[in-house]
Each structure stands twice: as C-alpha cells, then as structure tokens.
Write a protein that binds this ligand. Structure first.
Ligand SMILES: [Zn+2]
Length: 63
C-alpha cells in the first residue's frame, strides 16, 4: 500500500511530507502497517514455534 497520494485532513498537504503532527502520526502508522503486512503469516508461525521450542528446552534444563 502506498501513502504518497494521501492528503492530510488537518493541513491538506500530502501526508508523506509530514508537515504537521497529524501527518507524521499517520505516516508512521502507515509505515508500520506496510512493514507488518510484509511479514508473511507463515514466518510468524515459524517464529512462534521456535520460541515455544526454546522455552520448552529452557524449562527442561532448569529442573
Ligand atoms: Zn497534516
């Protein structure tokens, strides 16, 4: 998703220019969303599985 043509409701300038706090907040939120959507669900599941395995391994070692 691109936010290049998104116009701010507060200052009526392109959000990508970040002229006012509302612009900057929207820009950061949109960047975070595009970052999160760039991660595939399978990668998240794999990461979770690795974490669970690591926790289980640590739990066994501390006994
Ligand atoms: Zn603005």
């Amino acid at each position: 998703m691109t936010y290049d043509r998104l116009v701010c409701a507060n200052c009526a300038a392109p959000v990508s220019e970040g002229r006012c706090p509302v612009c900057r907040a929207n820009r950061e939120r949109l960047q975070q969303e595009s970052f999160l959507s760039g991660i595939s669900p399978m990668a998240l599941i794999a990461l979770l599985a690795v974490l669970v395995a690591a926790v289980a391994l640590l739990a066994h070692q501390t006994v």
